[in-house]
Write a protein of this length. Sequence first.
Lengths: 310, 497
Amino acid sequence: MAVLEFRNVVKTFGAFTAVDGLSFWAPEGKIFGFLGANGAGKTTSLRMALDILKPTSGEIEILGGPPGREHASEVGFLPEERGLYRGMTSIDVVTYFGRLKGMTKADAKAQGKVLLERFGLGDWLKKPVQKLSKGMAQKVQLAAALVNSPKLLILDEPFSGLDPVNQGALEDTVLEMAKQGSTVVFSTHVMQHAERLSDRLLLLARGKKVFDGSPDEARRLLPGRVMLTAKTEPKGLPGVAAFKALAIRDDWTDWEVTLKPGAQAGDLLQACIERSFALRDFETHRASLHDVFLHLVGEPLETAQAEAAA
Amino acid sequence: MRRVLIVARREFLQIARTRSFWVTLLIMPLMLVVMPLFGKLMEPPETSRFYLVDATGRYEAAIEQRIDLNHQHQILYDLAAYAARWGLKSPRPEAVWDDGERPFGDDEARAFTASGGYAAALKEAGPLPDDAPAFTPPAPDLMRAKVPADVPVDMGAEAFGQAVGRYLIGGTGRPKGVEPAAAAIYVPADFGKPGVAVRIWTSGGNFNLVDAVRRELNNSVRAEAATAAGLDPATALQIQTAAAPLAVSAPPRGEGRSRLRMQSILPLGIAYFLLISVFTSGAWLLQGVLEERSNKLLEAILACVSPGELMYGKLIGIVGVGFSVIIVWGACVLGMAQLMPSGPMEWVAPALASVNSPWLAVALLFYFVTGYLICASIFLTVGAMCESITDAQAYLSPISLGLFLPFFALGSLISNPDALAAKILSWIPVYTPFAMMARMGVGVEPYEVIGTSILLIAFVTAEVWLLGRVFRASLLRTGQPPKLAELFRLMFKPAAS
């Protein structure tokens, strides 16, 4: 069942088209990653899902209905640009967001306390936000997003600005939420996070969808590669589309082999053994999402990022 | 609605946690304590000293008698006010001190003095109410002082004037320990001849003294002229003191002229308060929205509440702040009135009693709330459009100037509530709450209240709706605040987001 679905959604700002005919769906209980450079339309899409922006055309369905605040009790949202009321205490901020999401004051406060203690802020509950470090404040923000135990957790660039330790802690939280049955939709421009976390991926470039599916499906878009060290060239072996020599050491040559579409590295290895093809090394190379992005968009993510920034 | 109230509550608490809120809250009680003390310090000395030299010897006594009679006038007037306040009555029908506050004639003042003055009057009034303070007669305005020894009195006006200058207030070289005088009068020996004038040196003001001197000298000169024209002195005096019968009556305090004045104080006070508190609260509101914008809070909030709910919540919260301040200030004024029933707070009770019509109270409340909404919506929208207080200043300066206009007009509104300008101001919705509240104390026609109220409701609805569109469109906007043309486009074109 789709927890979030876009059907041919377009969003324009004047002459600029931020989202162009986007269609996808995020399955329940899975982690769904939005991958794309800055300006690809990720934040605009998430804002439309939350009814912060209205689409110019197309349809959006969230938790079985059109976007609106009636879903606030079942949605948690951590925006890319994060902030807190500096004069309020940590527990008051989390309680306030809990109440805005339909919780009673007592429930919001109790759940907020549990979350803040879990994030190591038990001693800081009644301290004003302005006295917290940046890392602590980010945990308070996450607690405010999670306080209502959301069915759908939307995180916009959640890892930006976090140190590696907190990035790891956030990844654990995301995985745990999914384990508990929540659907997590997150946007990122960092391939590694998308690769590590996503059950399903949406690749966006300049407002358009370039891929939608699982990370394995994404990788399968690219031909497989094998690095092997052999005495002779791998010509004529089954599944080999192309090869090139990388280095020669003694009698042995390192070859980079590109497989034909659909060919499996295991079949190639088996053929080598059966044909007594002398091998000293055989290493399968899985395509990375970076390779997939490069393949689909025609430029690496970093270049797209730089173009967007310019 | 629930989310609106949660936003309103947070807004209220956020402001209530600021130091400036508490300063604002405490400023009224502080002023109530400090102002009377300050007033005391600023008061001029009750009695002014003056020097009088009459080289003719003919006018001195008359001038002194006039000054004394003026003092008796003042005692009679104050006693009449005191008697009205505490319900004192004379058993003698001819006594005038229980007539209420009104101007008294010289004959009445003389009769009052002849019958024993205030001491005799209080005696015949019988026992005072328990809570009445003792009557304190006013000190004389003027007191004749002995001319210093080194000031020549028989060498003419010029010599006197030159020598006496240093003994006047503001003069230099006065010997230590000598109290300065407010004025000096010299009647030359040849006064009466053409071109010879009485000379008066003053430190400024002293109109009572100048008036008393002029009056008595005029009387004397006229009497002398009448005698010189052949009238016998008795007839001349009779003509001199003849006065047209004049019956002046004034309603007792609280039921007429005084009451009109009292009634006007409360609405006018609320109008002034509205202006002050709207600007104070507006600043808090503005800071609140700017904080949400600059701290990147808005997106997370907008995922839970709609921009409209956020705006209405903030407006309700700020109106709540306004009410709480007015309640605390009102309680302080009432408290002071209880503690000092006969002090400077004496006007409070009749002012409150004047709000005897529930409609008047409802109208005051209505104008207060609408006035708040008009201004608060503007501040809120400016906050939503700007990234910083510096950006906001560009909008606030012209807005503040425009909104402050009634401040300059409130005084004239109350002195002449039926003037065309006052009526026009009442029908301009931005100014309606201020102008109508200021005018209501002295009475406005019902059609004006109803008409301006309908116009005001329509205006506030349209304003909140149009500014709401700007608010919504501006919340997540980045960069420069919109220019005027874009502002109108945001108001009148369908929202793009």
